[in-house]
Write a protein that binds this ligand. Structure first.
Ligand code: CP
Ligand code: NVA
Length: 301
């Protein structure tokens, strides 16, 4: 039997994605009452970067499905002392039934997949954050009743989240506009791949253009994990890219605001937006649990 992974949203077909979101809704509605389909199984959560939501959603999610979650902070493991990732993959495959991996270079996700015989879930790499998008899509669908044809505006860095939105646009039929500062556009190869998969996506440098008629406005931190040294330079480059009240008012009248969190009020988002009537960030964060449960069930059953 072939082992399925979630490296990027490309690993799910559009139909699988829709079914997974349906299941996430059911698991949310039946929380505390649904069965424990993963009883007797175990999931490793291997973290090379900080995490709050990803760790919590997989730990609590695995527990609620009957599985044992085991979190490994890489710096406290032999991996952190130089044990090869390939050997770690082989070893993990003998203990647990899936592994969630948060790392830096996306090539490390691929290496784990190449040497593991269990499903590998990308819990964030420098290039993609597919688990976050599952929750984001679930949140949008609950709010708007559909995904196909909706207009999404990305304002900010062309980073792992922006890349994931590009693939989400392909898989869910979203119409995506990304506005980034010059020099911070998404990787052209991700853009090309998204378009090859059918994504309706355009890229520019004007936040006003991006949010025109947008149903969803979203952003992310200006300096991601691993980019702390660039924070000052980025703050200057991104100064005109804050999602503030004026920008939200330029979007569609019923527009909602999403952010994967953690957020920096007064940088990428104004407090009045993230704490105001447009914001759905707490539903979005809570949906990580339901979406990750649906994903564990899909890959491990
Ligand atoms: N959004 C997200 O992945 O949050 P954490 O970094 O807290 O896991
Ligand atoms: N782009 C951010 C997302 C954090 C969830 C980062 O990579 O740090």
């Amino acid at each position: 039997m072939t082992v399925r992974h979630l490296r990027t949203l490309e690993d799910l077909t559009s139909d699988e994605l829709a079914a997974l979101l349906d299941r996430a809704d059911v698991l949310a509605a039946e929380r505390g009452r649904h069965g424990r389909p993963l009883r007797g199984r175990s999931v490793a959560i291997l973290l090379e970067k900080a995490s709050t939501r990803t760790r919590l959603s997989f730990e609590v999610g695995a527990h609620e499905l009957g599985a044992l979650p085991v979190t490994l902070l890489a710096r406290d493991t032999q991996l952190g002392r130089g044990e090869p990732l390939e050997d770690t993959a082989r070893m993990l495959s003998g203990y647990v039934h899936a592994v969630v991996y948060r790392t830096f270079g996306h090539d490390r996700i691929e290496t784990l997949c190449a040497h593991a015989t269990i499903p590998v879930i990308n819990g964030l790499s420098d290039r993609y954050h597919p688990c976050q998008l599952l929750a984001d899509l679930q949140t949008i669908r609950a709010e708007k009743g559909r995904l196909a044809g909706l207009r999404v505006a990305w304002v900010g860095d062309g980073n792992n989240m922006a890349h994931s939105w590009i693939l989400a646009a392909a898989r869910a039929g979203l119409r995506l506009r990304l506005a980034t500062p010059e020099g911070y556009a998404p990787d052209p190869s991700v853009l090309a791949r998204g378009r090859e998969l059918g994504a309706d996506v355009s890229v520019g440098h004007d936040p006003q253009w991006a949010v025109e008629n947008a149903d969803v406005v979203t952003t992310d931190v200006w300096a991601s994990m691993g980019q702390e040294d660039e924070a000052r330079r980025r703050a200057e480059a991104f100064a005109a890219f804050q999602v503030d009240t004026a920008l939200m008012k330029a979007a569609a009248s019923e527009a909602i605001f999403l952010h994967c969190l953690p957020a920096h009020r007064g940088e990428e988002v104004a407090a009045e937006v993230i704490d105001g009537p447009w914001s759905r960030v707490w539903q979005e964060a809570a949906n990580r649990l339901h979406a990750q449960k649906a994903l564990l069930e899909f890959l491990m059953s």
